[in-house]
Design a protein around this ligand. Structure first.
Ligand code: SF4
Length: 236
């Protein structure tokens, strides 16, 4: 008997399925039932999302939000950053950490967008095929697959899957990516593993699951709603 019946009967196995018979769509449904329905709505515009993502690298959510708010208070509209000294930018974002690294990066990225587009506006990316939009963003200095995916997913509502440390760990344990897959490879693998309209919520569910249940050191397998279908359950 398949362990995932009832509400999951209608889900076919055309999605990525692990060796315990759990598919990504089934995991999505189980986590949705546990965590509640999540609908996408834009968090920031594209440029703001890009800046917020740069500020969130290697720091806590709280500190990056404080740094983002401080940057916006001092430099909104963002064109003002392109004219500012890097020391002034660093001063505005010091509470986010690594301010001396992030300040010149932020300035360079905005100058690059302005040079390429004439304005600081990334809304044109919504009209591009997603792979082209990703390529465009990744040509900006210091923008990798995760940052590009965050901008496209959170600001544009495109089905891009940002893979952070939680999602990488959880999906590896669940067998949706292989131990050999790099975080960079995991982006496209996971994106293709689930319906486009579920990508955003799946991303959110996996992060929450990783933070609260499938923790890095001691995963709480006995409390995990995915344990029946998890090849790593009770083995870590
Ligand atoms: S069963 Fe354990 S290892 Fe598997 S997803 Fe749940 S918490 Fe993580």
């Amino acid at each position: 008997m398949q362990p995932f019946n009832g509400i999951l009967d209608s889900i076919t196995s055309s999605f990525t399925t692990n060796r315990k018979g759990l598919s990504t769509e089934q995991a999505y449904r189980i986590l949705e039932k546990e965590q509640g329905r999540i609908e996408w709505s834009p968090r920031y515009d594209g440029v703001s999302e890009l800046l917020y993502t740069i500020l969130s690298q290697h720091t806590s959510d709280l500190n990056s939000l404080k740094a983002f708010q401080s940057l916006r208070d001092k430099f909104w509209p963002w064109e003002r950053i392109t004219q500012a000294k890097t020391e002034e930018i660093a001063e505005a974002i010091w509470m986010g950490g690594l301010s001396k690294v992030k300040a010149p990066r932020i300035k360079r990225v905005l100058q690059d967008i302005q040079d390429k587009c004439g304005v600081l506006d990334l809304s044109f990316l919504k009209r591009m095929p997603m792979d082209k939009a990703k390529e465009w963003l990744q040509e900006l200095p210091g923008v990798g697959p995760k940052t590009a995916a965050v901008v496209l997913c959170f600001a544009m509502g495109m089905p891009a899957m940002p893979v952070d440390t939680h999602i990488y760990r959880v999906t590896k344990r669940l067998g949706f990516i292989s131990p050999k897959d790099t975080p960079e490879q995991a982006h496209s693998i996971l994106e293709a593993s689930i319906r486009p309209e579920h990508v955003f919520a799946f991303h959110m569910y996996l992060i929450t699951h990783g933070r609260q249940v499938c923790k890095a050191r001691r995963p709480l397998c006995q409390q995990c709603v995915l344990s029946v279908g998890c090849p790593s359950g009770f083995q870590i």
